[in-house]
Design a protein around this ligand. Structure first.
Ligand code: DX5
Ligand code: ZN
Length: 243
C-alpha cells in the first residue's frame, strides 16, 4: 500500500442527498481517493443514516473505492448485503465488538479491505494484537454519530502513537482520521502521522464547491510553514479540472 501520499476521503454524510451522484462526481474530479460512507443504526450511535441501497446507487456512478464505516451494533450481519451492493472496504469499530478478530477475518474472506476504528476515549494499545491483520486504522477525532462536530485535539498524541505502532507492527497500514477535519486540523493530523483524511463538512459543506474545497484542504496542508516528512506528499490527480 502506498504510504507516500496523503489521501482525501470525502464523507457523503455532509452531501446534499438530492444531488448525491453529482456531488460524488465532483469529488472524483477533485481527486478524491475514495468515498467514505457512514452507516449508522440509531443504536451503536444516536443517529440513523443510510443502508446498502445507497451504496448500490453509488456503485453505478463512480469507480472510486467505496469505504464503508460501520457504526452499527452488529456489523457482521450486514456485510454480505453491503458487499453485494458494491462496497470495496469496511471499517469496523473496536468498541462493542466481542469478537473483533472474527469480524476482521470474515471481511478478509469476502476479499475486501479491512480497517478498525477507535473512538476518542479508546487508547491506542488496544490495536496491538489486531494491527497485523489490518489494511487501515481509523482514529476517530470526534465521537462517532454526527458530522460537523469540533475536532477533539487530545486525539493528536494518539495519532502519533498509532503511527509508531504501525511502523513497528504493520508498515504500509493506512492511518486515517475522521471527524472535524478542516484546513487547520488537516495540517495537525498529517503532522501527527495521518495519511488518509476523511472530511464531510469541509468538502460537501463548503460554499466554494466540492472540487475547490478539496484543493483548499490540500493547500492548507502544505502552507503555513508545515514541514511534511519526506515520505508525505500529496496525492494529486485531476484537481486541475476544478472550475
Ligand atoms: C462521524 C462520521 C464522519 C463524519 C465526519 O461519525 O464518522 O465520517 O461524516 O464529518 P465532518 O467532516 O463534518 O466532521
Ligand atoms: Zn466516518
Amino acid at each position: 500500500m502506498d504510504k507516500g501520499s496523503v489521501k482525501l476521503a470525502p464523507s457523503i454524510l455532509a452531501a446534499d442527498f438530492a444531488y448525491l451522484g453529482e456531488q460524488v462526481a465532483e469529488a472524483e474530479r477533485g481527486g478524491a481517493d475514495r468515498i467514505h460512507v457512514d452507516i449508522m443504526d440509531g443504536h451503536f450511535v444516536p443517529n440513523i443514516t443510510m443502508g446498502a441501497p445507497v451504496v448500490q446507487s453509488l456503485r453505478k456512478v463512480t469507480s472510486l473505492r467505496l469505504e464503508i464505516h460501520m457504526m452499527i451494533t452488529d456489523p457482521d450481519s450486514f456485510l454480505d448485503e453491503f458487499v453485494k451492493a458494491g462496497s470495496d472496504s469496511f471499517i469496523v469499530h473496536w468498541e462493542g465488538n466481542n469478537n473483533l478478530h472474527r469480524t476482521v477475518q470474515r471481511i478478509r474472506s469476502l476479499q475486501k479491505q479491512v480497517g478498525v476504528a477507535i473512538n476518542p476515549a479508546t487508547p491506542a494499545f488496544v490495536l496491538e494484537e489486531i494491527l497485523p491483520d489490518l489494511d487501515q486504522v481509523l482514529v476517530m477525532t470526534v465521537n462517532p454519530g454526527f458530522g460537523h462536530q469540533p475536532f477533539i485535539s487530545t486525539t493528536l498524541p494518539k495519532i502519533k502513537r498509532v503511527g509508531q505502532m504501525i511502523e513497528q507492527l504493520k508498515p504500509g497500514c493506512e492511518l486515517e482520521v475522521d471527524g472535524g477535519i478542516d484546513d487547520a486540523t488537516a495540517q495537525l493530523t498529517v503532522a501527527a502521522g495521518a495519511n488518509v483524511l476523511v472530511a464531510g463538512s469541509a468538502i460537501f459543506g463548503a460554499n466554494v464547491g466540492v472540487c475547490a474545497a478539496m484543493q483548499r484542504l490540500r493547500a492548507s496542508i502544505i502552507s503555513n510553514g508545515l514541514v511534511l516528512r519526506d515520505r508525505q506528499q500529496f496525492h494529486v490527480k485531476k484537481e486541475q479540472l476544478c472550475s
